[in-house]
Write a protein that binds this ligand. Structure first.
Ligand code: ZN
Length: 159
């Protein structure tokens, strides 16, 4: 009996995320949360902005090579608002920075990870996509593309 040729899965080459870009916390009120994060913990406030398309107000505070994102829902129709209503304030998602977001989504999708966004979309800080907590051991995972990556250009960022 001829030896069966061994079929090897091609080695998947990819670069792991370079850093945690941010950790996000859902809050009822930015004004109520900033005295802790900015004043008591001393994290520098980088930006506050309304993301009208997502119906949230967010603040980014710097900490080393990463940030804390505070997310306040501005109406009660969104997933973030339901999170706040159901679970209260607390940890919401972690965001990893990757070099090529579209490529990562393709790779993760092929490997069976459930994608909330199958393609990069515009986020406040760059192209982003979310992975479903069902595929991530209960944690909502966001991926963001490093500045200058291919999705920055295709989504029309100026950087
Ligand atoms: Zn985020």
């Amino acid at each position: 009996m001829p030896a069966r040729a061994r079929v090897e899965r091609p080695a998947v080459r990819f670069k792991p995320p370079g850093r945690i870009h941010h950790v996000a916390v859902v809050v009822a009120s930015l004004e109520a949360a900033l005295p802790l994060y900015r004043d008591l913990l001393g994290l520098p406030l980088e930006t506050i902005m309304d993301i009208e398309s997502d119906r949230v107000r967010i603040a980014f505070l710097g900490v080393g090579e990463s940030k804390v994102e505070l997310v306040q829902p501005t109406d009660d129709t969104t997933g973030v608002a339901r999170f706040l209503a159901g679970k209260g304030e607390g940890f919401h998602h972690v965001c990893f920075e990757v070099d090529d977001l579209a490529q990562e989504l393709t790779r993760l999708g092929i490997d069976g990870v459930e994608l909330i966004d199958s393609a990069p979309r515009r986020g406040a800080e760059g192209p982003v996509a979310f992975l479903h907590p069902r595929s991530c051991h209960g944690v909502l995972v966001e991926l963001i593309e490093k500045p200058g990556g291919p999705a920055w250009k295709s989504l029309g960022y100026e950087a």
